[in-house]
Ligand binder design. Structure first.
Ligand code: SF4
Length: 424
């Protein structure tokens, strides 16, 4: 969502004559688009601002702006600690950027424009970086209030974008050459909330998947509690919707799931996985997991390991719990020591990495379809692309293949990516 917002900022800046600068120090405006999901990102913001201070001192006409969720969350701190910041703006105020810049150029100081629970969305007003892939938001905000999460406080209540606007916008970008879209939302599965139409995420996927020329539809993120059998049916029926489900488990113990306010039990989560795997045998399921939540004990952590071993996620993003100020969990006693968190984290990582490798090795010798995204960052002689389940594949091939879906044979599966060879 943050990346999509950057595209919106670029669009609005282009409207008033700005374009990307080759070198940071030559820029007229520097915008830091922040994310508030992890504490680390907020800390990094002040590091970046510290680096920008001497540049601003040398060139006082350069505008320094801070946008995004963290700007929304700690606006006062930013203005107090870094008074040289010209503009602070929130996620619902991106379209105001030209007016805010104008105000600053005319001499206004300490500009801060933040609406906490707005809905500032125009799907046509975004600059796309890629000619063949696009992000398309369908909902913003979240109503779930998981006890550890800051998102509902900074992105506001859940709102859905009108289905007609979504379909119209996707048709347009597909006619311009886009073949893969990612539908975005904090919880795409609850799409339809806030609309006066009777429509859900399955209905929307059905309409979007019928758009001629659209080869791949991804979506993120899904809350397990809203992953309905109807949704699984549509994904099974439609070839252009990826068989990849990212379903954050977060914890394997019912006691901790309740404290996290996740609104499902481990048994319900297992039922959802069974339903997906029984319907779509080729599906890949990935997840997010937090260790060391307040009150978590060794036996709770072992429940998480048990779930990981039973479910065998293709991949899992693992995190050590850290409190986010303002959330319910931040008021709970952080009972797990950092030493213990690190120990559990490493244990979990070892278990999951072994599973990831074993699951990836099942693809050795298989032919898969890969959307070529560009040259590999690690080895510029190789191409890099993603198969349907979002795993990165590297292989030799001509740069003319970038932006195309090509057949590749997997020759060497690794833990986090795979090596392949192009099938002629
Ligand atoms: S579903 Fe939970 S974790 Fe996801 S954005 Fe909403 S509150 Fe945060």
């Amino acid at each position: 969502m943050n990346e999509y917002d950057t595209g919106r900022m670029l669009y609005h800046l282009e409207q008033i004559g700005y374009g990307p600068s080759e070198k940071r120090n030559d820029a007229d405006i520097i915008i830091i688009n922040t994310c508030a999901v992890r504490e680390k990102a907020a800390n990094r913001l002040f590091g970046h601002l510290g680096n920008l201070k001497p540049i601003k001192e040398a060139n006082p006409n350069m505008l320094i702006c801070v946008g995004g969720c963290t700007a929304q969350n700690i606006r006062d701190q930013i203005q107090k600690k870094c008074p040289f910041v010209d503009i602070v703006f929130g996620t619902h105020n991106i379209s105001e950027l030209p007016a805010l810049i104008d105000q600053r150029i005319k001499g206004e100081k300490g500009i801060c424009s933040i609406i906490n629970d707005g809905f500032d969305h125009d799907l046509d007003k975004v600059k796309r970086i890629s000619s063949f892939q696009a992000l398309v938001p369908i909902t913003t905000g979240c109503n779930n209030f998981c006890s550890y999460c800051i998102v509902p406080y900074v992105r506001g209540r859940e709102k859905s974008i009108e289905p007609d606007s979504i379909v119209k916008s996707i048709k347009e970008i597909v006619s311009e050459g886009v073949i893969e879209i990612t539908l975005l939302g904090q919880n795409v599965n609850s799409y339809g909330n806030g609309l006066d139409k009777d429509i859900n995420f399955s209905n929307l996927l059905e309409s979007v998947s019928g758009i001629a020329g659209l080869k791949r539809i991804r979506f993120m993120t899904s809350h397990p509690k809203d992953c309905s059998p109807d949704l699984v049916r549509i994904i099974k029926e439609r070839d252009n919707i990826v068989n990849h489900f990212h379903l954050p488990l977060q914890a394997g113990s019912n006691r901790i799931l309740e404290k996290m306010n996740r609104k499902y039990s481990r048994e319900q989560y297992l039922d959802i996985i069974d339903n997906i795997r029984n319907s779509i045998t080729s599906s890949t399921i990935t997840s997010d997991i937090i260790v060391g939540f307040p009150g978590e004990e060794r036996k709770d952590f072992e429940d998480t390991i048990d779930m990981v071993q039973r479910i065998r996620f293709g991949r899992a993003f693992t995190f050590m719990y850290s409190p986010r100020e303002g959330t319910d969990a931040s008021k709970m006693e952080d009972t797990v020591s950092m030493e213990e968190k690190k120990k559990w984290f490493n244990e979990l990582l070892q278990v999951q990495n072994k599973i990831s490798l074993e699951e990836n090795e099942k693809f050795n010798g298989e032919k898969v379809e890969v959307l070529v995204e560009g040259k590999s960052h690690k080895d510029r002689k190789l191409l890099e692309g993603r198969m349907e389940n979002n795993i990165v594949i590297n292989f030799k091939g001509s740069a003319s293949l970038i932006g195309k879906i090509v057949p590749v044979r997997i020759v060497h599966a690794k833990t986090f990516h795979m090596m392949g060879e192009l099938i002629d």
